[in-house]
Design a protein around this ligand. Structure first.
Ligand code: SAM
Length: 279
């Protein structure tokens, strides 16, 4: 696979970078689809008015803004490799930081809540980052993650779906994203990092129809499709075929399950003891 193809969905310079026309609109559609579940998950995991919070991969900023409003006596640090879309979101206790989370460090116990959605799946160092995030939490602090478990493209009965998402799978694999297996392991990853009170919420996402996920999927296909055509992985006709299929009101196909998982650092100092893995 060529270097350029390997960047098919890369957030710094590929199809989903903020240099791409349409990325702001795509992130807004993503927020419209994901924010109701994320808010429910954050409320369930527990939000205190005075919490010190870290948002990783802030995107277009709606979650960081919502957390800041839910924690008026606390503080929010929101990190993204590219913060150009959030510059006009201002709160006195909300700080935007531009940087690669893999290169940042915080003192142990700096935060009461760390949240990240659809970002760890893209980072090859995702397991190590879970362990680091747990160290940045105080005893009793919460880590909340949400990532997608995409259906294998080969499992679809629809040829356009197999071709388009098969090409995308190649791009993801080449850049170290894990869009298929990582999310399934989220609850175990949190337990393994020593968190307790693990909670899980799942959301199935179908191609077709007219809801917020359909709008997001159409934007994903437009943007990723243009890139896959430019890099020679797909013909424009193959992108058009999957876009047309998804626009057909009678069409539906399960594309992914979003897994949200959360847990707490024990308060009794029993800390990071990995449960036995069962064979
Ligand atoms: C799929 S978007 C999700 C945005 C937001 N979390 C949401 O769900 O609305 C992934 C975000 O993570 C950011 N990102 C990707 N790699 C990153 C890294 N290494 N460090 C910080 N941010 C990163 C991207 O710039 C992008 O804004």
């Amino acid at each position: 696979m060529s270097g350029e193809t390997a960047l098919a969905t890369d957030y710094a310079s590929g199809a989903l970078s903020k240099n791409s026309e349409g990325e702001l609109e795509r992130l807004r559609l993503l927020q419209e689809w994901g924010d109701p579940d994320t808010r429910e998950v954050l409320r369930t995991a527990g939000l205190d008015r005075a919490a010190r919070c870290l948002e990783i991969g802030a995107g277009a900023g709606s979650v960081a803004r919502w957390i800041a409003d839910a924690c008026p006596d606390g503080s929010v640090v929101a990190v993204d490799i590219d913060t150009r879309y959030v510059r006009d979101i201002e709160r006195p206790h909300l700080q935007w930081r531009t940087g690669d989370v893999r290169e940042l460090d915080f003192a142990p116990g700096s935060f009461d809540l760390i949240h990240s959605r659809l970002t760890f799946c893209h980072l090859p160092e995702r397991e190590e980052l879970v362990a680091r995030a747990v160290r940045w939490l105080r005893p009793g602090g919460r880590l909340v993650l949400g990532d997608p478990m995409c259906m294998p493209a080969a499992g679809s009965v629809h040829a356009p779906v197999r071709r388009f998402f098969g090409a995308l799978e190649e791009g993801w694999a080449a850049q170290g994203s894990d869009m298929t297996r990582w999310a399934q392991t989220l609850p175990s990853q949190l337990a393994r990092a020593g968190l307790t009170g693990i909670g899980v919420l799942t959301r199935a996402n179908c191609l077709g129809g007219t809801g917020p996920y359909a709008a997001l999927a159409a934007a994903n296909i437009r943007q990723e499709g243009a890139y896959l055509v430019r890099t020679g992985l797909l013909a424009q006709a193959e992108v058009d075929a999957v876009a047309d299929l998804c626009a057909d009101p009678g069409f539906t196909d399960i594309r992914s399950i979003t897994v949200y998982a959360w847990g707490r650092v024990p308060t009794d100092g029993s800390g990071a003891r990995a449960p036995e893995e069962r064979s």
